[in-house]
Design a binder for this molecule. Structure first.
Ligand SMILES: [Zn+2]
Length: 446
């Protein structure tokens, strides 16, 4: 009897749990296709790339199928067991295409399952019409890549294939790319000052002398103002690759002590000894961001490459900055993977915190889908930016965008099916997160 009661309880519980939050009337037939079609027509703002100058690619040592493996796919090839030096040999001219494939193949077969590698397959199919990778097709693919670069390939992919209106590139080389489309972010190297050499390099770069903390501060100010006048739209920090995102509000005296210690030391000091200076400089950069009304993009969550401390990149460490700099717009990158709900609570709780899904769909499509559902329930839609390829090579941007559009379509279709959104609302959301929000936040115009 108890068993029957328990089963009944489970059945009722599961019915209750399946019940949707039904707010809107049922949608009209074929809404699924209309949502997908609409997403395809949206001119996309790509909020984050590392695109290389296409002129350099023919001499890069990876002017073959390895172009599609050298970024992100490389992480999973190495994670599956290939050593770094072996992988690096694949990015040189010392091997032929068949030799490269021979070395790569066993590791491809160990890691073909991951989204980093699935996006390679999708890209190869959709851009080059090649359905699988093997010893024959890698030759064909390499030839097709070489042919493509004889044309205006960067533009063809970004404009014709991706329908991208603006792209924010993180690259020192600003000599390429359609000027009506390319915009920039910039990184500042003031958060890992651990030796005289680093200070001297900054001094040289900005043509100043740096013998005191005030002069270091001045160097940042000069560099920032130059970048601002040069038209950067946003700042970027990848500090979570080498330190915790917890930036204490340290006193000038404390930072000065560290500065003097560095000046006296012949060797680079361990990071724990110089953290206060790093913290101090982040606050100075945010003063500038505040003064010049420049948003800051912050790497949160998973670090690329092998071996790092994920806890360093937990976005909740940043809360003191959000509280202190209420008028600075903080854009948290990569959907905070794997801190998706923490990210939701921050973007919900702080007026000045935004979510950016750059890089995310190829880390995990299902995480992206799950959290996009959750973020659309928790965070005002104007604060979600839905696409940044985060790639060196333009081919993979296209593959990544196909992932993004499919997942966004899935989420919006489910939200309409469950009657959380109407079809009209879903279309509005799609336009906001792929285009309008970034246009508004970065004040983009032609
Ligand atoms: Zn990036």
């Amino acid at each position: 009897m108890k068993k029957i009661q328990f089963t009944l309880f489970l059945v009722i519980a599961s019915i209750i749990m399946q019940a949707q939050v039904t707010i809107k009337p049922p949608p009209q037939p074929n809404y699924e296709q209309r949502i997908r079609n609409y997403i395809d027509t949206i001119k996309v703002v790509d909020t984050h790339e590392h695109l290389m100058n296409p002129k350099g690619i023919p001499n890069s040592g990876m002017f073959d199928f390895m172009l599609l493996f050298h970024h992100y796919a490389d992480d999973d090839i190495k994670s599956s067991g290939m050593s770094k030096p072996t992988f690096n040999r694949l990015l040189t001219d010392s091997l032929t295409v068949p030799e490269k494939w021979e070395i790569l193949k066993p590791y491809w077969e160990k890691s073909f399952n991951t989204a980093y590698n699935r996006v390679v397959l999708l890209t190869v199919d959709k851009l080059f019409g090649i359905k699988e990778l093997n010893e024959k097709t890698v030759i064909e693919l390499s030839n097709k890549i070489q042919e493509a670069y004889k044309t205006d390939w960067l533009n063809t992919v970004l404009k014709d294939k991706c329908n991208i209106e603006f792209v924010i590139n993180d690259s020192g080389d600003r000599s390429f790319g359609d000027t009506s489309m390319f915009r920039y972010t910039q990184r500042f190297n003031y958060f890992r000052i651990d030796s005289k050499e680093v200070i001297n390099n900054l001094a040289k770069q900005n043509k100043v002398t740096i013998h005191s903390l005030d002069e270091l501060d001045n160097s940042l100010k000069i560099e920032f103002e130059k970048a601002y006048e040069g038209g950067i739209l946003t700042l970027k920090t990848t500090a979570a690759y080498f330190r915790s995102l917890s930036f204490e509000d340290v006193s000038k005296e404390k930072a000065e002590k560290v500065f003097n210690l560095i000046q006296k030391s012949e060797k680079a000091l361990p990071f724990e000894m110089v953290k206060s200076l790093s913290d101090y400089m982040m606050h100075r950069m945010l003063d500038l961001a505040d003064k010049y009304n420049t948003p800051i993009q912050i790497h949160t969550g998973l670090q690329a490459g092998d071996g790092n401390y994920i806890e360093n990149s937990n976005p909740t460490h940043l809360a003191n900055l959000f509280l202190k700099y209420r008028d600075v717009q903080f854009i948290l990158f990569h959907g905070g993977y794997p801190f998706g709900s923490e990210l939701a609570s921050l973007a919900k709780n702080f007026r000045n915190v935004y979510i950016d899904l750059c890089w995310l769909y190829i880390i995990s499509p299902s995480y992206s889908e799950r959290y996009l559902h959750e973020w659309l329930e928790t965070v005002p839609a104007n604060k979600i930016m839905g696409f940044g390829g985060d790639y060196h090579n333009v081919e993979s941007v296209y593959g990544h965008l196909l992932f993004a559009k499919e997942i966004l379509g899935n989420v919006l279709i489910e939200k309409v099916e469950s009657r959380y959104f109407s079809e009209k609302e879903a279309l509005k959301i799609a336009s906001m997160i792929l285009h309008d929000n970034a246009v508004n936040l970065f004040k983009l115009k032609h």
